[in-house]
Design a protein around this ligand. Structure first.
Ligand SMILES: NC(=O)c1ccc[n+]([C@@H]2O[C@H](COP(=O)([O-])OP(=O)(O)OC[C@H]3O[C@@H](n4cnc5c(N)ncnc54)[C@H](O)[C@@H]3O)[C@@H](O)[C@H]2O)c1
Ligand SMILES: [Fe+2]
Length: 383
């Protein structure tokens, strides 16, 4: 039942420059905003790629002073952020550009927070009310996504893990929104098949979980349905025979997923996060494996929404079970694992995983409540 006596807040504020070649606008944008000393934040892999070196060349050719920080982990940790903050201050930077996948953009966003906020980084954890301490301005912050998955480019949060326990913490503030996003699908043309598949399934999970999440947000739901349609219709081609059209559709749909998930996520992300904490599993891969199981769990009570998802996926049968069947088939087609044991999960991990999943911040927005026992059963089923 929707309560129409409640006042809700809807935000869609990010400026997005989208399209092949968009990143070429970066130098002019910096100049127009009086910025000359960017810190480019990326991961060690992307730092080696041709397009990244070209971005630096383009900036240096126009007399920008460029520093790169790329000393980051696959699942970024607090000490990465501290080091990045020192790099910013030590070299007198005037803005931050996060270039890369979700990991790189999250580190960049957390570094932006770090510069003028001096408490312990995890005092800003949203789950303990940390956003109230995000009171100062942050340096001018730009994002350039190079994967089509997390949608972190349009996000307001950064997921950073504790160094010792690897527990994921979430730093959040509307101040952490990028001032502008340069979303250039050309940067994803050489993304390997496996990363395209795993990140694409993350984006599909965002759109699906956002669509069925419990809050009432028809704007996000409209975006999520179109995101599902785009990804479902494109992901196989984007993975197996990529071209500009398929990679562009994946990029916009991943961005749409992140816009949509301001409505909330659900059980699948709560199942996925502990796998990254415990086993360092890639975020998208963890979602891909759990997505069919989590959606199966959600059918009862959300039948109408599943019918609509089946319709935008153009399935023959418009039912929840048809959606779930197709998700299993899609993972198979994309050569992604169907079971958690293929990610190294063992029976002995289940209890810890269930504890961590139950403590996770995503499932309170799942359309139906998820108990610790539900998580245990879902992990066993997916094992
Ligand atoms: N802030 C948010 O809202 C949000 C949401 C979901 C996930 N996350 C975080 O995002 C991270 C996952 O991000 P991801 O899925 O983009 O993966 P990722 O950033 O780990 O990138 C995956 C791999 O692809 C490589 N890569 C990136 N761009 C490439 C390119 N153009 N060509 C070739 N290789 C490239 C990277 O070096 C890396 O090895 C996790 O840390 C997760 O916690 C954040
Ligand atoms: Fe995700």
């Amino acid at each position: 039942m929707i309560d129409f006596n409640v006042v809700r807040q809807y935000n869609f504020p990010t400026t997005i420059r989208f399209g092949a070649g968009a990143v070429k606008e970066l130098p002019a944008h910096l100049k127009a905003n009086g910025l000359s000393k960017p810190l480019l934040v990326t991961d060690p892999m992307v730092a080696q790629l041709g397009f990244f070196k070209e971005i630096i060349r383009d900036l240096e050719a126009q007399s920008f002073s460029v520093e790169v920080f790329s000393d980051t982990h696959k699942n970024p940790v607090k000490s990465d952020v501290e080091k990045g903050g020192e790099a910013f201050k030590g070299t007198g930077r005037d803005c931050i550009i996060g270039i890369g996948g979700g990991a790189a953009m999250d580190v960049a966003r957390a570094i932006a927070l770090r510069i003028h906020h001096h408490r312990d980084l995890f005092d800003y954890d949203d789950l303990i009310g940390g956003d109230q301490y995000v009171t100062e301005e942050v340096p001018y912050f730009i994002t350039v996504p190079t994967t089509s998955g997390t949608g972190s480019e349009v996000g307001r949060s950064a997921i950073i893990s504790e160094d010792d326990t690897h527990r994921k913490r979430i730093l959040f503030s509307p101040k952490l929104l990028a001032k502008i996003v340069f979303a250039d699908p050309l940067l994803t043309m050489d993304l390997p098949a496996f990363v395209t598949a795993a990140t694409g399934m993350d984006a599909l999970t965002h759109n699906m979980e956002a669509y069925i999440a419990r809050n009432w947000h028809p704007m996000c739901e409209g975006i999520a349905l179109e995101g599902i349609s785009l990804i479902y219709g494109t992901i196989v081609e984007a993975v197996k025979s990529p071209d500009l059209a398929s990679r562009s559709k994946m990029m916009i749909a991943s961005l749409m997923g992140a816009v949509a998930f301001q409505k909330g996520l659900g059980v699948v992300h709560s199942l996925a996060h502990p796998l990254s904490s415990l086993l360092d599993t890639h975020h998208g891969l963890a979602n891909a494996v759990n997505l069919p199981y989590g959606m199966q769990f959600n059918i009862i009570g959300s039948e109408e929404k599943f019918r609509k998802m089946a319709q935008v996926m153009a399935l023959k049968k418009d039912s929840g079970s048809a959606v779930v069947e197709r998700l299993f088939a899609l993972n198979r087609e994309l050569e992604l694992p169907l079971h958690l044991r293929e990610l190294g999960v063992q029976q002995s991990h289940i209890e810890t995983l269930a504890d961590l999943a139950f403590a996770d911040f995503c499932h309170p927005n799942n359309p139906k409540p998820v108990s610790r026992e539900d998580f245990r059963k879902l992990y066993i089923e997916a094992l």
